[in-house]
Design a protein around this ligand. Sequence first.
Ligand code: UDX
Length: 448
Amino acid sequence: MKVTVFGIGYVGLVQAAVLAEVGHDVVCVDVDQAKVDNLKKGIIPIYEPGLTPLVTSNFEAGRVDFTTDAKMGVEHGDLIFIAVGTPPDEDGSADLKYVLKVAETVASHMTSHKIIINKSTVPVGTADKVKAKVQSVLEEKNKALSFNVVSNPEFLKEGAAVNDCMRPDRIILGTDDAKAEKKLRELYAPFNRNHDKVIVMDIRSAELTKYAANCMLATKISFMNEMANLAERFGADIENVRKGIGSDPRIGYQFIYPGCGYGGSCFPKDVQALIRSAKTVGYTAEILESVEAVNYRQKEKLFEYIHAHFDGQLAGKKVALWGLSFKPNTDDMREASSRVLMEKLWQAGASVQAYDPEAMEETQRIYGSRDDLSLMGTKEAALDGADFLVICTEWQAFRAPDFDLIRNKLSTPLIFDGRNLFDPALIAEYGVHYYAIGRGLSVKQQTK
Ligand code: UDX
């Protein structure tokens, strides 16, 4: 099928690549000429496991192409995806200007029926706005053409995006048109084997499904972080509590890991956006407001431990930091907890020696070169001459470090672990002091 994807960000690029992989004829349109040129040379703008070979092999096979030519893009696709960004505007609402711009572009250039599919995460009611925009441009230009707008939210996780797209656990289609549904079922047939994963519903429910999914997951995390804070004060170990409650299948083991807060491009933005759009319909989303507040506080947690441990005397301290990305297997640092920590450490006069397996360039891009930040080539090098170690991201490579080396390299044998990677009893055997999130043991150690 002939498909066009507007917006070569995370969602658009992964979607385009997997559609091409199963044989669809895909054109990607973006306003960024440099990005388009790079993609044609096989340079992929994001780090995502499996994505580079997928994009390059499909580009070489002629199944996916990249262009800034919107007119050509609109002519090409019978199915047109909108996968552009919806950044939060000043008050946290999703900004629809890019989405509506694509709607306008499609309407300006279309000369035949189009199915316009919204993949971007957008507030409930956006499909109606897209419809109205397309309709008004068509009328302006005196074009009597039909079109459909479908809501088809994306549920991919960074770091597992290709797999999530190739093997989706559900394919949500929000549509009020039987023919559009049939076309989308055909498009997704290669991904819809074994059992029917397509769930068809009205457009507004599909739009809300996306927010509800992310907000539910964010709620689970903030809930666990709240329990962790209680466990710490009660002298209990949240890791035991986690296992204890996860064994109940109604609760489940997933997304109940306490830590130094959730980050990324989705949870913080989507929780905020739903809080804002709730207000527009006269409702206060109290649970979501708390989810956000707890997360905000949780991101300051590691700094609080550090500050308390050193009685606020942080000026001149050199801090080894492992993990900069908001989660493993990505170089994405949007809303990452490491940023809150680093910025607070700098304010307090400390310097940071950081290592991350993927996010070093991104850190450099965000913070530039500064005297109080050194980016080190290995996790061991980050320990050189440092006073203590902090861990912000649960990369696999951090899970079994050489604790003797850590103890010998640090001036104070001390680890602040924002992801509860280690067994506190084991660390104690190595003579290393250990702070983790919500673990009674670490509370005892706090009383130096
Ligand atoms: C998320 C959703 O999982 C995905 O379905 C949606 O389409 C986009 O948003 P993503 O942002 O890529 O995906 O990352 P995810 O793996 O969900 O992690 C988000 C954050 O939550 C990370 O900072 C992670 O460290 C944190 N997290 C996750 C926890 O703190 N505890 C957990 O138990 C799970």
